[in-house]
Ligand binder design. Structure first.
Ligand code: FMN
Length: 211
């Protein structure tokens, strides 16, 4: 049903604080990964891989790294922003059931990747579409997803034995949640608000948006 699709799109949230840690069945995890794997990709290169991380020691090591990167970012903020940021939770690495790290292999299908010769980033765009499919499928399955990007790629590559040339694109915390918030966390904390649609839509040329 079309209304169910829109409902999932609008219910989807980035989750940090509402994970319960309850298990995910193998069937549900398969469906969510299959949805990600059904994404469009430039030249049908399917440049993604999914590393399902359950290992507690790995998650703890990643979480320590995230905490450090949080401090690195906090040190760049002015006093007011730093105070606001201090109240914002930026990950659910330890509370979620598992994590899924999504990677990008620029060599897959190369060199003749149809549609990528002029825009190298189309490969990365493809990975992000797989991530969005995963996010929406997880939402439909009543799971929460939280994208964590407070990390250095080199650290994550080493932690997960990711070969050179393959880029980690996202660390996604995944699992059952108590509920999905109606309003994004960053909006609740007064960090940023969603722009009105009319401010983002232009007609014929850049600059005609009414907002
Ligand atoms: C590429 C990307 C990276 C993100 N990294 C983080 C992160 O490190 N920590 C975090 O708390 N949220 C992260 N988010 C979530 C955004 O903050 C969130 O999507 C945004 O505030 C809108 O909220 P919503 O997804 O609930 O609608 C990330 C989102 C994207 C798309």
């Amino acid at each position: 049903m079309i209304s169910e699709l829109y409902d999932v799109i609008h219910r989807r949230r980035d989750v940090r604080g509402q994970f319960t840690g309850a298990p995910i069945t193998a069937e549900v995890l398969d469906r969510v990964l299959a949805a990600a794997h059904a994404a469009p990709s430039v030249g049908m290169s399917q440049p993604w891989d999914f590393i399902v991380v359950r290992d507690w020691a790995v998650r703890e090591a990643f979480h320590r790294h995230v905490r450090h990167e949080r401090e690195v970012f906090a040190a760049t903020l002015d006093t007011e922003a730093a105070e606001r940021f201090a109240n914002i939770k930026i990950d659910g690495v330890l509370e979620s059931t598992l994590s899924i790290v999504v990677t990008y292999d620029a060599d897959r299908g190369a060199p003749a990747v149809l549609g990528r010769h002029a825009i190298a980033e189309t490969g990365l765009y493809s990975v992000c579409l797989a991530i969005q499919n995963l996010w929406l499928a997880a939402t439909a399955e009543q799971l929460g997803v939280g994208w964590v990007s407070f990390y250095r790629e080199a650290f994550l590559r080493q932690l997960l034995d990711i070969p050179d040339g393959i880029r980690p694109v996202a660390w996604l915390c995944v699992g059952p949640v108590t509920h999905l918030e109606a309003v994004p966390d960053l909006e609740q904390h007064g960090w940023r608000r969603r722009r009105p649609l009319h401010a983002a839509v232009h007609t014929d040329r850049w600059g005609s948006a009414q907002g």
